[in-house]
Design a protein. Structure first.
Lengths: 170, 184
């Protein structure tokens, strides 16, 4: 069984379509924290709740200058309809072809079902996984784990900066 | 186990006594159909347990999918400031299909509250910060959709239906715990 990538590992880069004519690469988001939310499918009621919740909490994520991206094996047109229906303010990536390749790279693909796990990653400004969590497939993991990770990342950066400036001072 | 991070306090909307052995907290959205479904169930659950259960309602409007949810919460909080929260709360859920300013004005009228004051409160978003506080407290506590219930501060992940809620609450009753000890 595949294992979810752990903190400290460099996040595998990827380029995936966001719309029919636009794509997004993880490396484009360097310099700010990235919340990568894998979910099984558009439209299923639990997923709707999860994405609706992140949409609602979006201003809080932005306080940490974090970029949120949803990712599932659904295609771009499905994502477009779903995002429009729920008025989502963040991009949904289509891990559609080859199917689930990015989910596999992150150790969160369910071979048997052909969908990804409900898995969350917070990736730091330099592209290293800072926090990861895999939720039971039927349970919406909510947002508190993500917010806590973003807060911890912010504090770590502050203490790194302080250590650096005190080194410089001495 | 996901736990409630914001303890029940005096500012909350509370039905029942502090000494009740079980407290049920609901995070809800007035436009959410599942919350509408849960509303009479919660009433039946309260009736079932009587004084043994305390009930608390907190706002968790998902404004991006429910355009009237925040305004409805503001209307309920307006009535709450006048000591009529629960009448407004029940009125909104019972008329969920007609949710809008007209309904809030009508309900306020039934409670003999000033519709001008209500309109001003809605326009100025007088109660919005309280609603946002409820919402963020909920997010920090692991509220992941609506309705989310907490039974004695632990998130309840079961179905929001009468039998399931009654069973989960019964488990928390002190005499039930005693029974279990005897049985064991």
């Amino acid at each position: 069984m595949a294992h979810i990538l752990a903190p400290g590992i460099s996040a595998p880069d990827f380029t995936l379509p966001v719309t029919a004519d636009q794509s997004l690469s993880l490396r484009d988001l360097r310099g700010r924290p990235v919340v990568l939310a894998f979910y099984p499918a558009d439209w299923s009621p639990v997923c709707g709740d999860q994405m609706a919740l992140y949409n609602e909490v979006h201003p809080e994520f932005q306080k940490y200058n974090a970029e949120v991206v949803g990712i599932s094996v659904d295609g771009v047109w499905c994502h477009a309809a779903f995002a429009r229906d729920r008025s989502l303010h963040f991009p949904l990536l289509a891990d559609f072809e080859p199917k689930g390749a990015v989910a596999k790279a992150y150790g969160v693909y369910r071979e048997k079902d052909g969908i990804s796990e409900r898995a969350l990653f917070v990736i730091d400004e330099e592209g290293v996984i800072f926090w990861s969590y895999c939720s039971p497939i039927a349970v919406n993991p909510g947002a508190e784990g993500i917010l806590e990770a973003l807060e911890n990342l912010k504090e770590k950066r502050l203490s790194d900066d302080q250590a650096q400036s005190s080194r410089r001072a001495s | 186990m996901t736990k409630l991070k914001v303890p029940v306090a005096q500012a909350d909307h509370i039905l029942g006594e502090e000494v009740a052995p079980v407290t049920l907290v609901e995070y809800g959205d007035y436009e959410c159909p599942h919350c509408g479904h849960a509303h009479p169930i919660v009433q039946s659950v309260r009736k079932h347990f009587g004084e043994q259960l305390r009930f608390v309602f907190r706002n968790f409007p998902l404004t991006q999918i429910h355009p009237h949810a925040e305004m409805a919460a503001e209307g309920a909080e307006f009535a709450g400031a006048k000591g009529r929260f629960w009448e407004m709360h029940d009125g909104i859920f019972q008329n969920q299909s007609r949710l809008g300013t007209a309904l809030l004005v009508e309900l306020a009228g039934q409670l003999r509250l000033s519709s001008d004051e209500l309109t001003t409160a809605l326009e100025n978003h007088e109660y919005l910060s309280r609603i946002k506080d409820d919402f963020m407290g909920g997010v920090r506590s692991g509220v992941n959709g609506t309705p989310t219930f907490f039974i004695n501060s632990v998130r309840y992940d079961g179905a929001p239906e009468f039998e399931e809620l009654v069973e989960a609450i019964t488990e928390q009753l002190p005499n039930r715990k005693g029974e279990r000890r005897h049985a064991g």
